[in-house]
Design a protein around this ligand. Structure first.
Ligand code: UDP
Length: 380
């Protein structure tokens, strides 16, 4: 049994680390029982390629080395998706896998799914069913299209299952919990401080990288004005995404004299340390919103909507958008409010195992159609 996994961006490396580890564990058990093993061929599209955005995750999280690196990056969305599609198709023709495994909502996700569907290869989508209902976000388009053509839909939450039901996607839907919850539990005691941060005292952790913010001068300026103001009363540590860095350089933002403590993007273990030791998170990242909750920190989301609506409903997360005054108002409100992080929203850290086992079950039974093709909502 062979699967091809397509990954290309930072959050996908983190999610794939969890599932690849679960596959290795399952293979050890299956070997003892003389059962067929699941062979995973990893394809890195090259979308993220800096050492700090790619290599560090493979090393720290012990992700198997990709068999292919397609080297596709720094292009427009259309060109990137097109080039990836063409190159992934060649890999699939060579490897002849039984299934394609994709994660999340990037151009790499969509390209992997499209290449597979055109060759009649079934697709498993991890982090299926998320919706922002904002079709101007490239991520929303990628995730909706991928869900539409995927066979196995691995949802991280019950809300994601409901979103798929609303789109009449009801077959092979499994709420397995969130693989990022698995990662946060597995790596928590390996968290390490980034250089220069150990003694930093009270601080807010901030990340900004979403194109809807970075590519809009009004939005990025509004956010940075608020951050500068907050930094006067509380330190802000900002591991800066390369896309945001290049936009700030274009706007002549004085990074060296900024009141914000700007550092290079950090690896997963350093990020976990920042999450565990900060007092507040401000972000436009999907993953970091959840990680704020995993580490029991309130979060201000620098967007007008989120896919992780349960965090907002429970009062753990507040949407503050990009206008300076709105961010400041949200900041004042959230620093007075101390939510109890007592709800279990994303499973118990068993998502990777459930995904690996379900893929094997599907591949063993798909050919003779024994696989139960009803929706399941098993929670880890
Ligand atoms: N992350 C990291 N180093 C950083 C910033 C983020 O390891 O400097 C991790 C973060 O902990 C989370 C993931 O990257 O696990 C989120 O990725 P990103 O924000 O790039 O994408 P999104 O989740 O919005 O798709």
């Amino acid at each position: 049994m062979k699967i091809v996994t397509v990954i290309g961006a930072r959050p996908q490396f983190i999610k794939a680390a969890v599932v690849s580890r679960a596959i290795s564990k399952l293979n050890i058990e299956r070997k003892k029982e003389n059962l067929k093993l699941l062979d995973e061929v990893i394809v890195h599209t090259g979308q993220h390629y800096d050492k700090n955005m790619s290599d560090i995750f493979f090393t720290e999280m012990k992700i198997p080395k990709p068999t292919y690196n397609l080297g596709v990056n720094n292009l427009s969305h259309g060109a990137m998706t097109g080039q990836m599609l063409e190159k992934i198709e060649l890999v699939l023709i060579e490897q002849k896998p039984d299934l394609m495994l994709v994660y999340g909502d990037t151009d790499s996700t969509l390209a992997g799914a499209l290449a597979a569907v055109k060759l009649n290869i079934p697709i498993a989508h991890v982090e299926a069913g998320l919706r922002s209902y904002n079709m101007f976000m490239p991520e929303e388009v990628n995730r909706i299209l991928t869900d539409r053509i995927a066979t196995l839909l691995f949802c991280p939450t019950e809300q994601a299952v409901k979103n798929l039901m609303n789109e009449d996607l009801t077959k092979y839907v499994l709420n397995c919990g969130d693989v990022m919850q698995d990662a946060a539990i597995f790596y928590a005691n390996r968290a390490t401080p980034p250089p220069g941060c150990f003694d930093i005292g009270l601080f807010t952790l901030c990340t900004i990288h979403r194109a809807e913010n970075t590519d809009n001068p009004e939005r990025i300026s509004g956010i940075f004005r608020a951050l500068e103001e907050i930094a006067l009363e509380r330190q802000i540590v900002l591991p800066l995404h390369p896309r945001t860095l290049s936009k700030l350089i274009n706007m002549d933002y004085d990074i060296d004299n900024s009141k914000i403590h700007i550092i290079k993007p950090v690896g997963y273990l350093e990020m976990q340390w920042l999450l565990l030791n900060c007092n507040l998170v401000m972000t436009d990242s999907g993953g970091v919103q959840k990680e704020a909750y995993f580490s029991k920190k309130p979060c201000l989301t620098l967007r007008n909507e989120t896919e992780w609506t349960e965090l907002v409903e429970q009062g753990y997360n507040k949407l503050v958008g990009f206008v300076t005054n709105d961010i400041m108002e949200g900041y004042r409100a959230i620093t007075k409010n101390n939510p109890k992080f007592d709800k279990k929203l994303y499973g118990s850290g068993n998502a990777g195992n459930l995904i690996a086992k379900t893929i094997v079950k599907y591949l063993e039974n798909a050919k003779n159609k024994l696989f139960n093709n009803n929706s399941t909502t098993q929670q880890s």
